[in-house]
Design a binder for this molecule. Structure first.
Ligand code: HEM
Length: 404
């Protein structure tokens, strides 16, 4: 057993039992971060803070929300919005954070792709990140069901209907998922459970794995340079911090991170107080009605690109196309065959691949919002094919990429 001495303070008492000084070193003062990174590397911290805002605001909403098909709509739109002190604030924080977190996730993912941060020892960071993306998507979808408005009901209907494709229909999978023939009480109950318990737990666990996966390979840097962290950190600790390529995570880098977080929060609360409307669909201010189908059913903006990929195809192929689009980014570390860890602009054809992908995702998003008619439906279809063509091209162009 370890030797305990008489504690000189509460901190010392805890330290002898929990080795807090060692934890502090591993997590902060001897966790080394490259100097050569820009504000895009603060997006991970912005995501963690935004997730915190979602948790706290969600807990307040949970105190008044009623998961019952007859009461849910009024508990949100009347009780929380009008009766409960500051209920409107928690609802706006929750809705705006849910929308903005996807914008930041997309920026964070594209940063990783641009700088090749998913390669050579960083595969697990990427895979755990993608698991977070998929789980967040399920979290957002299940949350959208809860106000039990027209869009909740009909988006729930359309998405669960996907599972009636082909042979699945015979096995009654849709009814199994819904717990009924149409979305009803059983449906609301299970999505409520997923939204407030199972998925948040999974997200917290996955964030832990994502952070742990970062610890060994360290974060990448703007040039993709392979840094010898042992040599550079020794330089830093020996007093030559100026010539070292690294800084400490705590508190050197945290100070920079927090500066970006502060700018983000200013923008965030501007949206919460003045522009919250963008995060709530007007159709969802009508209570769910199984007998009145809205003229145009579309998901929230962050699902539009994958929704548009599903639309040009029939039901069977559509389901497969949609499922493939949601998970294909998992394969990136394995389909990118080039050994180069470098920004895309130094990687020949990969730069073209990257920017085509960005433009294609934006076009798919725009077309997903428009009714699938005339020219919009043609542009949407072409963009869906371009999306898959880009993934087929990736291993080919990266195999022949020149070694830097
Ligand atoms: C709530 C979700 C997430 C949180 C809280 C989070 C948090 C973080 C943090 C704190 C970092 C280190 C600092 C930085 O580079 O920003 C990081 C790095 C990284 N994350 Fe995430 N992340 C999330 C989602 C994702 C997703 C969806 C992906 C991609 C599929 C992803 C991929 C990566 C990669 C590749 C890195 C390494 C960057 C590098 O080495 O330069 N993360 N993440």
């Amino acid at each position: 057993m370890a030797k305990f001495t008489k504690a000189t303070s509460i901190g010392d008492w805890l330290n002898q039992r929990l080795a807090l000084d060692k934890v502090e070193k591993v997590m902060a003062s001897e966790y080394w971060i490259p100097k050569n990174i820009n504000f895009l590397w603060a997006m991970g911290m912005v995501l963690a803070i935004t997730f915190g805002l979602l948790l706290v605001s969600g807990i307040f909403l949970l105190m008044y929300y009623q998961p019952n098909v007859d009461l849910a709509f009024d508990s949100v739109n009347y009780t929380i919005m009008q009766e409960v002190g500051f209920g409107w604030l928690w609802r706006h924080v929750h809705a705006v954070a849910a929308s903005v977190i996807f914008l930041i996730i997309y920026i964070h993912m594209l940063t990783g792709i641009y700088y090749g941060s998913y390669k050579q020892g960083r595969e697990m960071i990427w895979i755990s990140g993608m698991l977070l993306f998929v789980t967040f998507s399920a979290e957002a979808f299940s949350g959208y069901m809860l106000p039990w408005g027209q869009m909740s009901y009909w988006a729930g209907m359309v998405i669960t209907n996907l599972f009636s494709a082909g042979s699945l229909e015979l096995n009654g999978v849709v009814e199994w998922i819904r717990g009924d023939y149409v979305p009803g009480q059983a449906f609301l109950n299970r999505f409520f459970m997923l939204h407030v318990l199972l998925l948040p737990l999974a997200i917290i666990g996955l964030i832990g794995i994502h952070f742990a996966a970062l610890r060994i390979p360290h974060v990448n840097n703007q040039e993709g340079e392979e840094i010898d962290f042992e040599v550079e950190s020794k330089k830093y600790l020996d007093g030559d911090a100026k010539n070292s390529k690294v800084i400490r995570f705590g508190n050197d880098f945290m100070a920079k991170d927090m500066f970006v977080v502060a700018i983000f929060l200013t923008f965030f609360f501007y949206l919460v107080f003045w522009q919250y409307g963008f995060a709530m669909d007007p159709v969802n201010f009508d209570t769910a009605d199984g007998l009145v189908t809205p003229a145009h059913i579309y998901p929230e903006w962050y699902f539009l690109w994958s929704y548009e990929i599903l639309r040009p195809f029939g039901k069977d192929v559509g389901l497969i196309a949609f499922a493939v689009a949601q998970v294909i980014f998992f394969t990136l570390p394995f389909l990118d065959r080039s050994p180069n860890v470098a920004p895309a602009n130094r990687r020949g054809y990969f730069a073209i691949w990257f920017w085509l992908m960005v433009v294609d995702l934006i076009v798919l998003t725009a077309m997903g919002k428009l009714p699938p008619e005339g020219i919009f439906s043609i542009i949407g279809e072409v963009s869906a094919y371009v999306f898959f063509a880009l993934w087929i091209a990736l291993p080919i162009i990266t195999t022949y990429e020149k070694k830097l």
